[in-house]
Design a binder for this molecule. Structure first.
Ligand SMILES: Cc1cc2nc3c(=O)[nH]c(=O)nc-3n(C[C@H](O)[C@H](O)[C@H](O)COP(=O)(O)OP(=O)(O)OC[C@H]3O[C@@H](n4cnc5c(N)ncnc54)[C@H](O)[C@@H]3O)c2cc1C
Length: 627
């Protein structure tokens, strides 16, 4: 085995991940930990100033309820999420986040985030729930608060440490193991409670950007399904693993469309079919009641556009030039004011990309595209797993203590594995929490985890013989490379191992062709899922033959293995749910209709920790009384 030092870290609370939800958890947990003399430790695979989905910054906070100004209520938010998820949401969790999220946003402002204000001093809304921000440094500000809170409470932060597996004592999580991506160090974190906040998953499906653009995607490449893998490996129950997210974004550089639709009131059209939201309106009847609510669920909006592209009516375009003209038209009688407004709109259009998807601005420049003069191509991206956004996959967690929810086993956001909490993309069926809601959920879980430690926390019992086995398994790819790489003239081609890039291509091919990726028009069926699972079984066998030539590739190997777990949970859930409920995200071609009588329920699953056997189950939907 590679000769790596084993570093043991003892803590009370271990937070895995350093993104939005984890920073929320750290800020809140450290506050309570300090009062109780407990230690909080946070571990991230990257540097938390610029890690996770918000690494590059954002131009809007997507969840702000506006309770103090009477703009909306938490109940309104429940209704919104319920419709957008076609009836399948954990209303207790959505409510819990919605009633706390505003205070999180107010903290962001206190910490230095610039939220746009109008002349009356009110926040500028992009849409009903969204606030405009100067967000290039959004993540830096939120990370700074987390770092300060941990430092003030005497905790520790480990950066560039990749978490792989949970440590278990029966059904209880007692820590985690991982490795440094820079040094020859294997880490063993022993903890009384653990929070999994390692984001969602990208590159499970083959991206549209292949060849020279490989790696480019809407979802940032840093998150590889570590939360799903970690909670599944802990034996925790998972939910909504079939609910992937497919955003429609500016084509090829994946630039955001929110500001265009909500702020600029732009239309999307297809080249020969016109405004598909108008032309294909009748199709929405087939998906009622959800098809008839406003806003129309994201998947149905996608679906109407997809119907056009399937019929060869594409490309699809965002009518940027028309939208800018329409806004500026208010100033048409005053040439000076008109010119000024046009300049302002033009700079807002570019800034929207420069804030969070710089590559889209580069692509516009490269293609000589001026948004005020010419419309710009949009397309449905490949599928992602992002339960905090408009997907819903994640762990099945306990609801808030004060609500009459049937899904409750003690501590808010604790999974069915004791002492293991999940947040952000890691917790399921509570979509539309976005950056602010993920942070709020992290705070909820951070506080609950400290409460758990105070009330039930015991010294973690860690089996060091088990740890040694995990170390050998995790470092094996380095050994395989060392042993066999000189056997062939091209070390990438070798009968004794497979390199991470080859493995990733195989996974993505299976998912793309059998589980409803771009190539199959997002369609799948029972038979396709079954064949996909067969091939996945063989891929899993080969995962033990993954080789890594250095630290970076070792991380790639484990990212791949984590993606495989997410992929399998996904195919199994799509296979189990015998209906089509989210056309526009995926389509079960053999069950093309929504079937409320049999499938208005959650699809949950577990994977046995010892045997690896999957169990699929239905769980009833609970709706908040009176909402
Ligand atoms: C392209 C895009 C645009 C978005 N736009 C908006 C928007 O405009 N407004 C808005 O409010 N929200 C937006 N969101 C949503 C928002 O970014 C997410 O809801 C939020 O980041 C989720 O928080 P999280 O903590 O679950 O994941 P993240 O913030 O992604 O954090 C995950 C963390 O886990 C770490 N990690 C991953 N694997 C491991 C591992 N194995 N070991 C250790 N650490 C690990 C990562 O480095 C990262 O720090 C957008 C998301 C995306 C992808």
């Amino acid at each position: 085995m590679a000769n790596w030092e084993t570093v043991v870290v003892n803590t009370d609370l271990l937070i895995c991940g350093g993104g939005f939800s984890a920073c929320g958890a750290a800020t809140e947990a450290a506050y309570w930990a300090k009062k109780k003399g407990l230690k909080v430790t946070l571990v991230d695979k990257a540097a938390i100033d610029r890690s996770g989905a918000v690494a590059m910054g954002l131009s809007a906070i997507n969840q702000y309820v506006g309770i103090r100004d009477g703009e909306n209520t938490a109940e309104d938010y429940i209704r919104y999420v319920r419709s957008d998820l076609m009836g399948i949401s954990r209303e207790d969790l959505v409510y819990n986040i919605a009633r706390h999220v505003d205070s999180t946003v107010h903290l962001f402002e206190k910490w230095g985030l610039k939220i746009w204000k109008d002349e009356k001093g009110k926040y500028v809304h992009e849409g009903r729930w969204q606030l405009m921000i100067n967000g290039e440094s959004y993540k830096v500000i939120i990370a700074e608060a987390a770092k300060n809170a941990i430092a003030a409470a005497g905790g520790e932060i480990f950066e560039r440490v990749f978490i792989v597996d949970p440590l278990m004592d029966g059904n209880k999580c007692v820590g985690a193991v991982g490795f440094s991506t820079r040094e020859n160090k294997f880490y063993v974190f022993k903890a009384k409670a653990v929070i999994a906040g390692m984001g969602g998953a990208v590159h499970v499906f083959r991206p549209r950007s292949v060849g020279e653009g490989f790696g480019r995607s809407w979802y940032p490449p840093f998150n590889s399904g570590s939360s799903a893998y970690f909670t599944l490996k802990a034996g925790a129950e998972m939910t909504c693993q079939e609910v992937r997210f497919i955003p429609v974004r500016f084509k090829d550089a994946y630039g955001p469309v929110g500001a265009w639709f909500l702020l600029f009131k732009s239309r999307a059209i297809s080249a020969s079919g016109g405004d598909y939201m108008v032309v294909r309106k009748a199709e929405l009847e087939n998906w009622k009641p959800y098809g008839l609510v406003k806003p129309i669920p994201a998947n149905l909006r996608n679906y109407l556009g997809m119907l056009d592209t399937e019929q060869g009516l594409g490309p699809l375009y965002m009518e940027t030039d028309e939208a800018i003209r329409n806004i500026a038209a208010q100033y048409k009688d005053d040439p000076k004011a008109f010119k000024k407004k046009m300049k302002e709109l033009e700079s807002e259009a570019w800034e929207d990309f420069l804030d969070m998807t710089i590559s889209q601005a580069i692509l516009w420049a490269a293609q000589n595209l001026k948004p005020e003069e010419k419309h710009s191509e949009i397309a449905a991206c490949e599928p992602y797993f992002i339960g905090s956004h408009s997907g819903a996959s994640g762990a099945w967690v306990s609801g808030p203590e004060d609500l009459p929810t049937p899904y409750k086993w003690g501590y808010a956001n604790m999974t069915t594995a004791e002492a293991l909490f999940a947040v952000g993309d890691g917790s399921g069926a509570s979509s539309h929490k976005f950056s602010s809601g993920s942070h709020a959920e992290g705070r909820i879980a951070g506080k609950a985890a400290i409460k758990y430690i105070v009330e039930k926390g015991k010294e973690p019992k860690v089996d060091m013989a088990e740890v040694e086995k995990l170390k050998a398994k995790i470092l094996l790819p380095l050994d395989l490379w060392e042993k066999h790489s000189k056997e062939t003239t091209d070390p990438e081609i070798n009968t004794n191992y497979i390199v991470p890039r080859q493995f990733l291509h195989r996974l993505q091919k299976i998912m793309d062709e059998y589980a409803g990726g771009v190539i199959s028009g997002f369609k799948t069926s029972k038979a396709l899922c079954e064949r996909g699972l067969e091939l996945m079984g063989m891929l899993k066998e080969d995962s033990a033959k993954s080789a890594a030539r250095n630290h970076h590739e070792l991380m790639r190997v484990w990212e791949n293995n984590q993606r495989v777990m997410q992929a399998e949970a996904h195919i199994r859930s799509i296979h189990f749910r015998e209906e089509t409920r989210w056309p526009g995200y995926y389509f079960r071609a053999d069950k093309p209709k929504m079937d409320d009588a049999n499938w208005k329920c959650f699809v949950n699953c577990t994977c046995d920790r010892k045997t690896g056997e999957w169990k699929m189950m239905k769980k009833d939907i609970w709706t908040m009384p009176g909402v």
